[in-house]
Design a protein around this ligand. Structure first.
Ligand code: ASP
Length: 656
C-alpha cells in the first residue's frame, strides 16, 4: 500500500501536468527550496509542503524585503487600515492597501469577518518609526499586501477567540475546536507533543525500548478499577476496555521483547474526579531482569531528558519515602513535600490530660493524639476558616479537631484550648516548634484515621493560607518523591474482613516479607512504588510476580478471585517468564502540572466533561433499539423514582 502511494507521489512530482499539478509543483518546489535556504539545524521546518512561505508569528526584521505568503485567521482589524493575522505561531500586522488599484484586495480584507481564514501575499517592511510594538514579537515589521484571498468566511461565533474573554468550561468544551485556537491550549498541546517525542527518543533511541501497541478490545480483568464493556455480536458476550495494558506488557516480557514502551490509552469507568478522565493516557513501560532501583533510575533519567528547558533542571535522584513515613508525617500516600506542616504524634504529651475527647481516644488500645502546626494561622485564618475546618473533620471523618491559637488576644480560642495550653502548653509548643501567631490543630483517634484527617487539613490550611496571602508553595518548584514499601494488600472498603490489592494483583511481595503471606498477609509489604509530584500521584508500578504458583495463591486464596479469567497469564508465567517489572506515568496529570494548567482537561485535545460526557458531540448517546438487536441487548429504562434516587446519590454538577 505504502509503496503504491510513494510511486504515485514520485510520478506526480516528476511530471506535473495540468493546472492543479502545476500549483502543487509550484508550492512544493518553492517550499523545498525555501526550506533549504532558511533551515537552521535543530529547528523544524514549519512551512514545508503548504501554500504559505512563512508563518505569521515567525517574521522579524531579518525578513525585511522578503516576498511572503501567509495564511491565517483574522484576529482583528483597525479602522480598515490594519489587520492582525494569527496562526499557531503568533500574530502579524498586515497593512490594508488604500490605493484605487488595490480596491479588490481592500474589499476582501475589510469585509471578511473576524476569524475568517485568509491568504495574503506581500512584502515584509519595517513599521514607521515610533509605530513599533515592543510587546509583539513581530512588532518591528508589517506586511505590505499585494494580493489577498478569502479562503473561508467565518460566521458568528459563540465566543471571541481571545484569551482574556471569560467563558464557562461547558461552553469551551461544546466548541472545543474554537477553544483549541486559544494560546493556552495551543501551547499546552504543543508542549505535550514535544515532551512525548523526547520520551520516545530517550526510551527507544537511547535505551533500546520497543514501542508496541496492545489491543483495546479485551476481556474483564479481576481486581482494580471498573471497566467499560463493549457488546459483541455473540449473545451475552462482551469485551472490556483495558484499564491499562498491564497483562499485555507482562506477556510481552514472557515473549522476550525485553523492553516495552507505549503511549497507551487506558479506560476506567470510575466516577468523575477533578484529576481523572474516563479515558486517559499513560507512558507505559515494562522491563525484564530489572529491580526497583533500575526502574527508578530509568524514570528519573526519562524525566530529566524530556523536561522542558524553561522549567528548570530536574535534580536526581528523587527523594524516597516509605508508605509508613508518608502516612505518619503527611497523612497521605502522595505527600506534597513543597512545604512543611508535618504531622507530629503528641500522644505522650496528653497521657494525663483532662480533656475529654483526647482522654477517650487514648483509652482505646490504638488511640493516639496528633497535631499539625499552621504557621501564621492566627494571622491568616479567620474564625469562619476554623469553623469550616472543624466541619470538614466532623462531616467527612466523623472526628473532632481542637484548634489551639497561640495568641493571647485571639477571641476564638475556646475554653478547652485555653485549658490545653495551661496544662500541656509548653510541651506542645516545644514539640511542634510553634511560635506566637501559629495555630495548632489537634485531633485524636486511631493512627491511620488521625493522620488521614490531619493530612487533609494540612492541604486545606495551605490553600487557605495562600488564599490569604501567605507564601507557602513556590509555584516554580517541582517536588518529585518516590513512595515505596506499600502494603501488598488493604482491607476492602465495603468488607474490611477481606483483602484487596493495594496496587494490582500482579505486584510482587517484598522479599523480606514473603514468609508472612501464609500467616499474616495484611502485614506483607510490596515491591510497589509510586512517583509523586507536588502532592499528585503521577506514576506507579511494581516488580511483578513471575512465579505462577505464587500468583495463583495470591489470586485464588488471598484475593478470592476467579483464576480462570487469568489462566492465560498463569500459563504464561509457567512458560519461562523472566523476572520483570514496570511502571506507568499518567501523562495527562504530568502535563497538567508541568504547564500549570488548572485541570487535566486543559492538556487533552478533546476531553470529557466532569460527568464523562463529550459536550461537543453529545456522547454517550442513545442507540435505536433495532441497532442494539445484533448485540442481543435491550435497555431497561429506569423508572422515574429510580432516576430521582440516582440523581440524589450523584448530585448534578454543572457540566464540566
Ligand atoms: N498498570 C499499572 C497502572 O496502570 C502500572 C504498572 O504497574 O505498571 O497503575
Amino acid at each position: 500500500m505504502f509503496s503504491n502511494w510513494l510511486t504515485r507521489l514520485n510520478r506526480g512530482v516528476g511530471t506535473p501536468t495540468g493546472k492543479i499539478a502545476q500549483l502543487i509543483w509550484g508550492s512544493l518546489s518553492r517550499s523545498l527550496s525555501l526550506s533549504s535556504q532558511r533551515r537552521v539545524p535543530g529547528e523544524s521546518e514549519l512551512s514545508s509542503f503548504v501554500t504559505r512561505t512563512n508563518t505569521c508569528g515567525e517574521l522579524r526584521s531579518s525578513h525585511l524585503g522578503q516576498e511572503v505568503t501567509l495564511c491565517g485567521w483574522i484576529q482583528y482589524r483597525r479602522q480598515n487600515i490594519f489587520l492582525v493575522l494569527r496562526d499557531f505561531q503568533g500574530l502579524v500586522q498586515v497593512v490594508i492597501p488604500q490605493d484605487e488599484s488595490a480596491a479588490s484586495v481592500k474589499k476582501i480584507l475589510c469585509e471578511a469577518p473576524v476569524e475568517s481564514v485568509v491568504q495574503v501575499s506581500g512584502t515584509v517592511i519595517s513599521r514607521p518609526p515610533g509605530q513599533e510594538n515592543p510587546k509583539m514579537p513581530t512588532g518591528e515589521i508589517e506586511i505590505k499586501v499585494k494580493t489577498a484571498e478569502l479562503l473561508n468566511s467565518c460566521k458568528k461565533l459563540p465566543f471571541e477567540i481571545k484569551d482574556f474573554v471569560k467563558k464557562t468550561e461547558a461552553l469551551r468544551l461544546q466548541y472545543r475546536y474554537l477553544d483549541l485556537r486559544s494560546f493556552q491550549l495551543q501551547r499546552n498541546l504543543r508542549l505535550r507533543s514535544q515532551m512525548v517525542m523526547k520520551m520516545r527518543d530517550f526510551l527507544c533511541n537511547l535505551h533500546g525500548f520497543v514501542d508496541i501497541e496492545t489491543p483495546t478490545l479485551f476481556k474483564r480483568t479481576p481486581g482494580g478499577a471498573k471497566e467499560f464493556v463493549i457488546p459483541s455480536r455473540e449473545p451475552g458476550k462482551f469485551y472490556s476496555l483495558p484499564q491499562s495494558p498491564q497483562q499485555f506488557k507482562q506477556l510481552l516480557m514472557v515473549g522476550g521483547l525485553d523492553r516495552y514502551f507505549q503511549v497507551a490509552r487506558c479506560y476506567r469507568d470510575e466516577g468523575s474526579r477533578p484529576d481523572r478522565q474516563p479515558e486517559f493516557t499513560q507512558i507505559d513501560i515494562e522491563m525484564s531482569f530489572v529491580d526497583q532501583t533500575g526502574i527508578r533510575s530509568l524514570i528519573e533519567g526519562l524525566l530529566q531528558y524530556s523536561w522542558p528547558k524553561d522549567k528548570g533542571p530536574v535534580r536526581v535522584p528523587f527523594p524516597c519515602m516509605t508508605f509508613a513515613e508518608a502516612l505518619a508525617s503527611y497523612g497521605t500516600d502522595k505527600p506534597d513535600t513543597r512545604f512543611g506542616m508535618k504531622i507530629v504524634d503528641v500522644s505522650d504529651v496528653f497521657r494525663n490530660t483532662e480533656v475529654r475527647f483526647l482522654q477517650d481516644a487514648l483509652s482505646e488500645p490504638q488511640g493516639t493524639v496528633k497535631a499539625i502546626r499552621v504557621p501564621g494561622g492566627a494571622k491568616y485564618l479567620k474564625r469562619k476558616d476554623i469553623e469550616s475546618i472543624r466541619k470538614l473533620a466532623a462531616d467527612h471523618f466523623d472526628q473532632e479537631v481542637l484548634p489551639v491559637v497561640l495568641k493571647a488576644s485571639q477571641n476564638w480560642n475556646t475554653p478547652v484550648a485555653k485549658f490545653v495550653m495551661e496544662e500541656q502548653g509548653w510541651e506542645l509548643v516545644g514539640r511542634l516548634e510553634a511560635q506566637e501567631e501559629d495555630v495548632v490543630l489537634l485531633t485524636a483517634g486511631e493512627h491511620r484515621r488521625a493522620c488521614s484527617l490531619l493530612g487533609k487539613l494540612r492541604l486545606e490550611c495551605a490553600d487557605l493560607l495562600e488564599a490569604r496571602g501567605a507564601v507557602l508553595r513556590d509555584p516554580a518548584l517541582f517536588s518529585f518523591l518516590w513512595v515505596v514499601d506499600f502494603p501488598l494488600f488493604l482491607p476492602k472498603e465495603e468488607h474490611p474482613g477481606e483483602l484487596e490489592s493495594a496496587h494490582h494483583p500482579f505486584t510482587a511481595p517484598h522479599p523480606s516479607d514473603v514468609h508472612l503471606l501464609h500467616t499474616e498477609p495484611e502485614k506483607v509489604r510490596s515491591q510497589h512504588y509510586d512517583l509523586v509530584l507536588n502532592g499528585n500521584e503521577i506514576g506507579g508500578g511494581s516488580i511483578r510476580i513471575h512465579d505462577a504458583q505464587l500468583q495463583r495463591y495470591i489470586l485464588e486464596t488471598l484475593l478470592k478471585e476467579d483464576v480462570t479469567l487469568l489462566s492465560h497469564l498463569l500459563q504464561a508465567l509457567d512458560s519461562g517468564a523472566p523476572p520483570h517489572g514496570g511502571i506507568a506515568l499518567g501523562l495527562d496529570r504530568l502535563m497538567c502540572i508541568v504547564t500549570g494548567a488548572p485541570s487535566i482537561r486543559d492538556v487533552i485535545a478533546f476531553p470529557k466533561s466532569f460527568r464523562g460526557h463529550d459536550l461537543m458531540s453529545n456522547a454517550p448517546d442513545v442507540i435505536p433499539p433495532e441497532d442494539l438487536k445484533p448485540y442481543h441487548i435491550q435497555v431497561s429504562w429506569p423508572t422515574d423514582s429510580e432516576e430521582e434516587k440516582n440523581s440524589l446519590s450523584h448530585p448534578r454538577r454543572p457540566e464540566s
